[in-house]
Design a protein around this ligand. Structure first.
Ligand code: HEC
Length: 178
């Protein structure tokens, strides 16, 4: 065994060092309390033959306006959904849902997924069916809050999806049959 050649003190140092590195790995990116490996979707993507992209200067504001942090629940609750509830929004919402939510909540949002089974198997509250009045009847702001900040094991989407995409998803969730 390789560890035989270390003293107890050295071994403790190695273990402490590894734990520190593991913890530090969570500092930079991600939505999870402990992000061991930074997720690939946080990096800038390039298409084949595409030149390097220049990042926007720090502090620059998109032409669509500055993103408001979703940190105040009461303020968020009273926010009106800026995306109109129409067929275009529901269609876009469906596409966003399939990509970002269906693996946990199910393609028809009924919560019947392999992921849900695994959550249950490990004693975690599984992703629920969203097709219920208690969900579809929630205020837009409440749903937006959930999508932005996550709940327990549900990841936060504020870094993965723009505010407009999250509001679009709010429309979609509200359109589900309850
Ligand atoms: C990794 C799996 C996972 C993904 C991906 C995920 N969710 Fe969830 N979601 C959960 C879990 C687990 C809960 C239950 C959290 C709790 O109450 O402890 C939940 C809860 C919710 C709730 C609250 C339901 C209630 O009873 O009030 C909503 C709304 C929701 N999710 C919508 C979404 C949408 C929309 C997406 C896609 C943007 C999404 N979720 C992506 C796992 C997930």
């Amino acid at each position: 065994m390789i560890f035989r050649s270390f003293t107890k003190r050295q071994l403790t140092g190695i273990v402490v060092g590894l734990c520190a590195a593991w913890t530090m790995a969570g500092c930079e990116t991600g939505n999870y309390p402990l992000d061991i490996f930074p997720e690939m979707h946080y990096q800038a993507s390039h298409r084949t033959q595409e030149g390097p992209q220049v990042d926007a200067p720090e502090g620059s504001v998109p032409t669509t306006g500055k993103e408001v942090a979703v940190s105040d629940f009461v303020a968020t609750l009273g926010t009106k959904n800026p995306v109109p509830f129409d067929s275009a929004s529901l269609e876009a919402g469906r596409a966003l849902f399939v990509t970002n939510c269906s693996m946990c909540h199910g393609l028809s949002a009924d919560g019947e997924t392999l992921v849900a089974q695994k959550f249950e198997q490990y004693g975690e509250k599984p992703p629920p069916s969203l097709s219920r009045k208690e969900v579809t009847g929630q205020q837009d702001g409440a749903l937006f809050w959930t999508l932005s900040n996550g709940v327990n094991r549900m990841p936060a989407f504020d870094r993965l999806l723009t505010a407009e995409e999250r509001w679009t998803l709010v429309n979609y969730v509200r359109s589900l049959p309850s």
